[in-house]
Design a protein. Structure first.
Length: 191
């Protein structure tokens, strides 16, 4: 008899539903909390990416050939929305690397530069920040017809001989970029 009563209690207990309304509500609340956590993490990542892109610098090397005024200019322009902080600028020429300003390189390594008048030169020192939407003239040469033509010949000769000018820079979020005379487009550098 005692055994039958115990079996009867077990059957009664087994007949009760596992999913009571309290358990369903608790399960739904946990699911909603997990989904909210997922959305929160996703939204945080989107905001972080947006803030990185809102200060991304985008440097480009540009040249300007003004035959009417007999001038040739090379400039660095920041088309990005954040400052570019210069980390290095090097010149590659004839399989050697020169860590110097462009005008210094031209005056020291190219003897023909004696016949060229430099109208403007600007230094590009490590640590200099180039603000967004700004331009930094690296060099302007020419003035008279002879000086202008000689500078064009020198630049053409340098190009044929493998001359390349590289600038490495970073954003304020420490993303590292590089532009060069060959690539023309900033390349993200892996750390």
């Amino acid at each position: 008899m005692v055994i039958f009563k115990s079996l009867k209690r077990i059957r009664t207990y087994m007949k009760k539903k596992f999913w009571t309304s309290d358990k369903v509500v608790s399960f739904v609340a946990i699911c909603i909390s997990l989904f909210t956590l997922y959305i929160f993490v996703k939204q945080t990542n989107i905001i972080e990416e947006q803030s990185r892109r809102s200060v991304m610098p985008y440097l480009m090397l540009e040249s300007s050939n003004n035959s009417e005024n007999n001038t040739y200019s090379i400039s660095i322009v920041n088309y990005g929305v954040g400052p570019a902080i210069v980390e290095s600028r090097v010149i590659h020429y004839k399989e050697k690397v020169y860590d110097m300003e462009l005008y210094e390189f031209l005056q020291k390594q190219i003897p023909e530069m004696d016949s060229v008048e430099l109208l403007n030169t600007t230094t590009l020192q490590v640590g200099v920040a180039i603000p967004s939407s700004s331009e930094r003239n690296v060099i302007t040469a020419g003035g008279d017809k002879s000086s202008y033509i000689n500078f064009l010949r020198i630049m053409s000769k340098l190009s044929e001989e493998g001359f390349n000018y590289e600038i490495k820079y970073r954003s304020i979020y420490d993303e590292h970029w590089m532009i060069s005379g060959k690539d023309q487009v900033p390349v993200l550098q892996e750390d």
